[in-house]
Design a protein around this ligand. Structure first.
Ligand code: BGC
Ligand code: BGC
Length: 451
């Protein structure tokens, strides 16, 4: 397990709205998450990302924590409304200057910057014009990518266009649990296609400025057929058929167009998937331009059953039984990571670019013990199992170049607010005090041993 390639990039991940705070500083415009988090009853603990980890002011301290950890890569996201407060027009120099400082301080410490352009904080002004339902948003995203890459493309080594378009689509636009909080049940497909088109336009813009690798971070979850008892042994043929449908929806809806240049079969049954009027000539060529890397975010497999008689969907999601769970209730299944990586290789063959794990991690209710130390043994167990599972996939022939753990520090976990802690570093949200947990020392040792 200690054997990783000498140039393997061990890293950590964060995202802008979850850590930065400073939401009105230096000309930043409002994003859909500012709007959403300030609405009543949207966030479990009724908090917002107004301050979050105050990283905007404390980034130097956070970079020092990364340097002490020994990571070689840091995946962060750029807040679009800092760069373009209303989502269009010229760049806001004060907003870009923050990322300029951040990137320089990373490079000074020998840490490769990996920048995500969209981790869900769409400028509110674009949402007011329809957001991702509007094809124009894809063009705006391409322009924003151009501004960001023009400013930072000489130093950013890896660019991720979108973060988890499937989650932004399902939680934000179908279930309404994330911003923008809509339920487009009759016509959701444009949100899929316009995100993908935005990716393609952004990828082309990035290539014009600098030599950084172009990628996208997708969420993958093996779809495991299960019976009513939540076990795989209990599954029957109808559960297996339902799992195949869910697999196409969750794991292939965005990746088939990117790597095969076409939507998976069955997409035309999605409401609003009037392909002829939404997918215009040339779009799929733009979307499927070669990638330099594929970002994989993995947390857990998903248990899938055939729907009951009156189920509205062609599948029903079911809790897997027989596994330990995190504080989110998510099952801890390291071998799911091996499975999804090997499946990607089988599915896409030579078209699969080198993989980066762009997120993997877990939340537990970590708090300081009597002596102030935080002994998060469950997180160490989770991470150890997943790093071994990663190694197993590499041994099976899957090329993986980096692993960015979610997350450097506890942060604002979307609809859960501050109640779900994913960090290697504990954050006291009253004082902003940062305390490395036992898992931080564990990861530091792993990096030192295996690089
Ligand atoms: C997904 C996570 C996502 C979370 C949002 C889960 O269903 O697997 O990746 O971040 O929802 O709360
Ligand atoms: C998201 C992160 C989130 C994490 C844990 C991912 O889906 O990209 O923003 O914090 O999962 O839920």
């Amino acid at each position: 397990m200690d054997q990783f390639p000498a140039d393997f990039r061990w890293g950590v991940s964060t995202s802008s709205y979850q850590i930065e705070g400073a939401v009105t500083e230096d000309g930043r415009g409002a994003s859909i998450w500012d709007t959403f988090s300030h609405q009543p009853d949207r966030i479990g603990d009724a908090t917002t990302g107004d301050v979050a980890c105050d990283h905007y002011h404390r980034y130097a301290e956070d970079v020092a924590l990364m340097a002490d950890l020994g990571v070689r890569a840091y995946r962060f996201s750029i807040a679009w409304p800092r760069v373009q407060p209303t989502g269009s027009g010229p760049a806001n120099p004060a907003g870009l200057a923050f990322y300029d400082r951040l990137v320089d301080s990373l490079l000074e410490r020998g840490i490769e910057p990996a920048a995500t352009l969209f981790h869900w904080d769409l400028p509110q002004a674009l949402q007011d014009a329809g957001g991702w339902t509007n094809r124009d948003t894809a063009a705006r995203f391409g322009e924003y990518a151009d501004l960001a890459a023009r400013a930072l493309g000489d130093r950013v080594r890896l660019w991720l266009t979108l973060n988890e378009p499937i989650i932004h689509f399902t939680l934000g636009h179908l279930l309404g649990l994330h911003a923008p909080g809509v339920q487009l049940l009759d016509n959701p497909f444009p949100v899929v296609h316009h995100q993908l088109l935005g990716h393609g336009l952004a990828a082309a813009a990035i290539r014009q400025h600098g030599t950084g690798a172009v990628s996208i971070a997708n969420n993958y979850s093996p779809a495991w057929p299960v019976g009513a008892d939540g076990t795989r042994a209990g599954a029957d043929d109808s559960d297996r058929a339902a799992a195949a449908v869910y697999d196409a929806f969750h794991n292939r809806l965005f990746t088939d167009p990117l790597l095969h240049g076409r939507y998976p079969d069955g997409v035309e049954r999605l409401p609003g998937a009037d392909l002829d009027s939404i997918v215009l000539d040339g779009d799929l060529e733009v979307i499927s331009a070669p990638l330099d890397a594929l970002g994989v975010n993995y947390y857990n497999p998903t248990g899938v059953r055939a729907p009951g008689h009156d189920g509205p969907l062609p599948f029903e999601l079911t809790q897997l039984s027989g596994y330990p769970t995190t504080a989110f209730g998510w099952p801890v299944v390291p071998e799911g990571l091996t499975e999804i990586l090997v499946t990607l290789k089988q599915r896409y063959g030579d078209r699969l670019p080198p993989i980066w794990i762009t997120e993997n991690g877990c939340c537990y209710d970590d708090g300081p013990g009597p002596d102030g130390s935080i002994v998060d043994t469950d997180r160490i167990t989770y991470l150890d199992g997943h790093v071994r599972a990663l190694r197993a996939a590499m041994d099976a022939g899957v090329r993986v170049d980096g692993y960015c753990l979610w997350s450097l520090m506890d942060n604002w976990e979307w609809a859960e607010g501050f109640t779900k802690r994913f960090g290697l570093v504990h954050v006291d949200f009253d004082t902003q005090g940062r305390t490395p947990k036992a898992s931080y020392a564990w990861y530091r040792d792993l990096i030192a041993r295996s690089s």
